[in-house]
Design a protein around this ligand. Structure first.
Ligand code: BTN
Length: 236
């Protein structure tokens, strides 16, 4: 697997550039920048100053693993940061995946993921954009303020690619669905926690997730609810 990496000191948005200027490339390209003038988040802009690891890459996969891939992204970020920390003898128990696609540290947002996808027959073509607050002043939290001088942008990027690729490659081995959900549950911020169903304001306990990211929650009467969309639930 060959990955061409483009780097800019400053750009508009790695995401918009890959989407608009590399429409015909479906794989094998990653664009990383130190500063974005128009960084985009899922709602509004993404604070994109130097010290934030910001990159986008093209990724093509079979449509049947498109949803699982969305769980592998936060897990890849968590895994990368944990690996670098573990090599230095540090554990980070408060590093968690927040469903559907953020990473939290000490219950504050550390990283956000943006996925634009289009389907092409049995294939799904995605542009995946990731921002991870390494040492920048962020509205939320950065790694360096909690663990000074441990993490560099380059190393986190390299380990992310390696972690994410192993998760994707594992889908070729039988039993990957359970391995994925087990790993997700082990790192999931809201696993076994109480949240509120938006449709009727009912409190419920988050008890399970499947490999496509559908949550199962149980309300106080014992009824099970499926949660598929971000707007179905309020995590407080
Ligand atoms: C979110 O809202 O949580 C998603 C944030 C995604 C930010 C990244 S930074 C690299 C890439 N380029 C962008 O303009 N956005 C994504």
């Amino acid at each position: 697997y060959c990955l061409n990496v483009i780097y800019s000191k400053e750009t508009t948005s790695t995401q918009t550039i890959l989407e608009n200027h590399f429409e015909n490339v479906s794989q094998g390209i990653l664009y990383v920048a130190d500063i974005q003038r128009q960084g985009i988040g899922r709602s509004g802009n993404w604070v994109s100053n130097n010290g934030c690891l910001m990159f986008s890459f093209k990724f093509e996969c079979s449509a049947k693993i498109a949803l699982p891939v969305q769980m592998m992204l936060p897990l890849g970020i968590v895994g990368a940061i944990e690996k670098i920390a573990a090599d230095k003898g540090i554990e980070i128990p408060s590093l968690k995946a927040k469903w559907p696609n953020d990473v939290y540290l000490n219950e504050k947002k550390l990283s956000g993921i943006l996925v634009n996808s289009k389907s092409n027959g049995k294939l799904m073509q995605m542009t995946i954009g990731i921002g991870i607050n390494i040492s920048n002043k962020s509205p939320f939290i950065n790694l360096n303020e909690v663990y000074p001088n441990i993490f560099s942008k380059g190393e986190v990027l390299k380990e992310f690619i390696s972690e994410f690729s192993s998760l994707v490659n594992d889908t070729e081995n039988p039993g990957w669905e359970k391995r994925l959900t087990d790993q997700y549950k082990a790192k999931w911020l809201h696993y076994m926690k109480v949240a509120t169903l938006s449709r009727d304001n009912k409190p419920c306990t988050i008890i399970d997730i499947n490999h496509e990211g559908t949550i199962i929650a149980r309300d106080q009467t014992g009824t099970f609810h499926k949660i598929q969309a971000r707007d179905d639930i309020i995590f407080s």
